[in-house]
Design a protein around this ligand. Structure first.
Ligand SMILES: [Zn+2]
Length: 138
């Protein structure tokens, strides 16, 4: 998962610059995530709190970069925010507050893995944020 790993590296550098060092975090391909993705076109990744691994479906690699980064940022935020009453809401609020330059939002995306499917309301970031990540501006 070369593309995802490259983006994770840049995101970790970004998080560190924000005061959230996540050096130990890595991602791994997961058959369980593949199975979930086969049933749920929105399901790509999961984390186990307290563990430094993001478990990813193969299909993540086929998404446009804005969505790969949005999803990975969301998972990293889970690791930082931890457990709460409503973790999904807490994570979104955390990203919006701490990473405003990411332009984090939800959008629909059509992708081809294994056939064309639509994922509604998927985490993504802006193209200009991708450019910033690549050029060390953030
Ligand atoms: Zn989540």
């Amino acid at each position: 998962m070369v593309k995802c790993e490259d983006w994770l590296k840049l995101l970790k550098r970004y998080m560190k610059s924000k005061g959230f060092p996540l050096n130990r975090v890595s991602l791994t391909h997961s058959r369980k995530a593949d199975k979930r993705n086969a049933n749920d076109p929105r399901g790509f990744c999961h984390v186990v709190l307290g563990r430094p691994t993001i478990h990813c479906a193969e299909a993540l690699e086929t998404l446009p970069d804005e969505f790969i980064v949005g999803i990975l940022l969301h998972e990293l935020a889970h690791m930082v925010v931890g457990e709460g009453e409503d973790p999904e809401l807490d994570v979104d609020e955390w990203v919006l507050e701490k990473c405003p330059e990411a332009g984090y939002h939800y959008a629909d995306i059509k992708y081809a893995s294994p056939k064309f499917r639509v994922a509604k309301n998927l985490e993504c970031v802006t193209k200009s944020f991708l450019k910033k990540l690549n050029t060390k501006v953030v």
